[in-house]
Design a binder for this molecule. Structure first.
Ligand code: PXP
Length: 236
C-alpha cells in the first residue's frame, strides 16, 4: 500500500505567524501518526520561515513511523540531516528565495554533484529520494545519480487534472514504468489533494509514498485532522 507522509510545514507557518509555540509541530506530528499517517515530512528552509532547525531536532524523538526531511542540499542541510539520521532525505533543487518547490532536478547536468551527495547520505544508511519532473531522461539521469527513489513532482498533474486527467497522468505513467524498470522506488508530491489523489494512486500502482501538506492541512480545518488523514488514506 502507498504510504502517506504528512508534510507539517503549514503547522509551523501558523505558529510562526504569532511567534509563539501554538500550534505545536511536535504535537501535530504525534497526532498525525496516531491517526494513521505512515510518515512525517518537513522541509526546513534556510530562512526558517516555517520549520526551524529546532523543530527538526524536536520532532525526531517522537517519530515512530518514518521521518522524511526535504531540502536543498547546502553544506548546512547535509550536516543537519546526517546528525538527525531520518529514514529518508528528499533532495530538492530550489534556492532559498522560492515560495515552494517549483521544479525537479536536472539529473543530467547535476549528475556528478548529486552522485557525491547521495553517496554520502547512503554511507550513513539514509534512504535518498530526488525530486524530479516527469520526464524520462530525468528518471534515467536519477538512476545514474545512485538514488534509491525519485519523488515525482506532481504540480503539472494537479493543475491539468480538472481539464483532462488522462492527459495529465500520461507522462507520470511512463516515468513510473521507467523508474520501476530501473529499480527506483517512486514517491510523489506537490498539490496532491482529496480531489486528485485517488486517480493518481490508481494509475501509478508502483507508488511507494506520497507526501502531502498544503491541501491536507487545509482540509483538516474543516474535517479535523483525524478524519482528514482517514480520508486521504482511503484514497490510497
Ligand atoms: N514534495 C516536495 C519536494 C515539496 O517541497 C512539497 C512542499 O513542501 C511537497 C512535496 C508537498 O506539497 P504540498 O504542500 O503541495 O502537498
Amino acid at each position: 500500500m502507498t504510504k502517506l507522509s504528512v508534510n507539517i510545514n503549514k503547522i509551523a507557518t501558523i505558529r510562526n505567524a504569532r511567534g509563539g509555540v501554538l500550534p505545536s509541530v511536535v504535537e501535530a506530528a504525534i497526532q498525525c501518526q496516531s491517526f494513521g499517517a505512515d510518515g512525517i515530512t518537513i522541509h526546513p528552509r534556510p530562512d526558517e520561515r516555517h520549520i526551524t532547525r529546532k523543530d527538526v531536532l524536536d520532532i525526531k524523538p517522537i517519530i515512530n513511523t518514518e521521518y522524511n526531511i526535504e531540502g536543498y542540499p547546502s553544506v548546512d542541510f547535509i550536516k543537519m540531516v546526517i546528525d538527525i539520521m531520518p529514514e529518508q532525505v528528499t533532495l530538492v533543487p530550489d534556492g532559498p528565495d522560492v515560495l515552494t518547490s517549483c521544479a525537479g532536478w536536472d539529473t543530467i547536468k547535476f549528475q556528478d554533484y548529486l552522485k557525491e551527495i547521495i553517496s554520502e547520505f547512503k554511507e550513513h544508511g539514509i534512504r535518498t529520494s530526488i525530486f524530479v519532473d516527469p520526464k524520462l531522461e530525468m528518471i534515467e539521469g536519477a538512476k545514474l545519480c545512485g538514488t534509491d527513489r525519485i519523488e515525482l513532482y506532481t504540480e503539472d498533474y494537479a493543475s491539468q487534472y480538472i481539464g483532462d486527467k488522462e492527459k495529465a497522468i500520461a507522462p507520470y505513467i511512463l516515468c513510473a514504468k521507467k523508474a520501476t524498470e530501473l529499480g527506483l522506488g517512486i514517491n510523489a508530491g506537490h498539490d496532491l489533494s482529496l480531489e486528485n489523489l485517488a486517480y493518481f494512486s490508481e494509475k501509478i500502482p508502483e507508488l511507494a509514498e506520497v507526501s502531502i501538506g498544503h491541501a491536507l492541512i487545509s482540509d483538516a480545518l474543516y474535517f479535523g485532522l483525524e478524519k482528514t488523514i482517514e480520508l486521504y488514506k482511503e484514497l490510497l
